[in-house]
Design a protein around this ligand. Structure first.
Ligand code: FAD
Length: 390
């Protein structure tokens, strides 16, 4: 590997790049990779067929891979399902491409033992509305290249940046607005990194692999996009560790005691990791935000903007992109909810509660960001060398 390009503190955070890379690769990424494969974290509840409130639908899906394969496999956790739902195993098989197949009405709020049904104030979806929700096995639907490009995709990003988190010259931007912009830009970088990580290199032979020129052109070439990726990773990591007590005591029941014990143990390893706690005890200092006189007003404004971004996810014209867009925006909304549901002492307030789906989104988002940080660190310098030689 060539010389390290990013050194010193991650801008607006409390850890340096070297530490983040070391902790991520040695400790966090391996834990997260195991965690998201377990039943509790691999099924995400999502409303995929929703009307876009802004533009008529104009799906731009080029590859078959764009659609979500719901495929609740044999392991689909029993407690997630309503007893006697009448669904035969045949009906539970993958029915990719059939819109009606992605709607699984087997939800039963009663099985959400230990988990509350509360709406997240940062998102547009009503998390308590189980009406048209379906469970998606995330392991069967990896975030990767889907061929979703062109006007539709561009319009989404343009609208997010222009209307909902504009980037003003930095001297004009308060730190709260700056943070919102960086969170979205960091997420955008992460999505681009995943496209580059798992790209269809040759359609005729169905060959998938890394697309390093794309990684360079969309992310590495712009230091700010890399910085924002690290920022978003640390922000979400801070949220996870801030909610440690809550997450430790939560119920990880999927009806499979062995797997559920593993989940509990890995969650603890993630939350109370010695290396993380000593090297980077406070990944991000949220207490610095909303301090000014206009704090409460500003918080409302930014909450509204974030809710708008969440609503725009319904307009993403590619189902798999919409799935991961919705999951990751809910994950960010959950991180915002954790960091800003505080009492006067900056502790989580007494009534603080999370939904199971919020926790699933939060951990899967952290894993995605962790994968992106790892890939950028591993390939960063060598890719830049290759691009220079060309
Ligand atoms: P885009 O990535 O569309 O970027 C548009 C413009 O935004 C750029 O020209 C630049 O000005 C600016 N920009 C780019 N990156 C950043 C950044 N990090 N920070 C700030 N500004 C930036 N495609 C897939 O193949 N698989 C997916 O899973 C997938 N998921 C998506 C999820 C969502 C929510 C959306 C909106 C799109 C998704 N797409 C996905 C499409 C993908 O993000 C791109 O839009 C598409 O590949 C076209 O890329 P582009 O080169 O035109 O630039």
């Amino acid at each position: 590997p060539g010389a390290r390009k990013y050194t010193g503190m991650v801008e607006d955070c409390c850890c340096d790049y070297e530490t983040v890379d070391a902790i991520n690769e040695e400790v966090l990424n391996p834990i997260l990779q195991d965690l998201v494969a377990l039943p509790f974290f691999r099924y995400f509840k999502v409303k995929l067929w929703c009307d876009c409130p802004f533009w008529p639908d104009d799906g731009m899906c080029r590859l078959r891979d764009c659609s979500v394969c719901e495929c609740p496999d044999n392991e689909f956790p029993e407690p997630f399902k309503k007893p006697y739902s009448g669904l035969s195993p045949e009906n539970m098989k993958c029915q990719e491409g059939k819109p009606e197949a992605t709607v699984d009405r087997t939800l039963d709020t009663k099985v959400f033992k230990g988990w509350v049904e509360t709406d997240n104030p940062w998102t547009a979806d009503d998390e308590t509305d189980n009406g048209e929700m379906t469970y998606v096995n995330l392991q069967l639907n990896p975030e990767r290249y889907t061929g979703y490009t062109g006007d539709s995709a561009r319009r989404i990003w343009d609208s997010i940046y222009k209307e909902n988190c504009p980037k003003y010259p930095s001297e004009d931007m308060c730190q709260e607005k700056k943070a919102l912009y960086k969170l979205i830009s960091g997420l955008h970088s992460s999505i681009s990194v995943h496209i580059a990580y798992d790209y269809l290199l040759d359609e005729s032979t169905n060959l998938w692999g890394h697309n390093l020129p794309l990684l360079h052109d969309r992310v590495l070439k712009y230091p700010e996009r890399v910085q924002n990726l690290y920022f978003t990773y640390l922000f979400v990591l801070r949220a996870v560790t801030k909610a440690a007590d809550y997450l430790e005591q939560a119920e990880y029941n999927t009806g499979n005691p062995e797997e559920d014990l593993k989940t509990q143990s890995l969650v603890k390893q993630l939350l109370y990791n010695h290396k993380l706690r000593s090297a980077c005890p406070l990944p991000f200092d949220e207490a610095k935000l909303w301090q000014g006189e206009k704090g409460p007003e500003l918080k409302q404004e930014i909450q509204k903007q974030f809710r708008n971004i969440s609503a725009i996810m319904d307009c993403v014209g590619c189902e798999k992109c919409r799935l991961w867009g919705k999951l990751q925006v809910l994950g960010l909304g959950t991180a915002l909810k954790i960091l800003f549901s505080v009492d006067g002492e900056n502790h989580l307030n007494q009534q603080f509660q999370l939904q199971r789906n919020e926790v699933i989104a939060l951990v899967n988002l952290l894993n995605r960001l962790s994968e992106s940080v790892k890939f950028v660190h591993e390939k960063g310098s060598s890719t830049e060398e290759i691009m220079k030689q060309q």
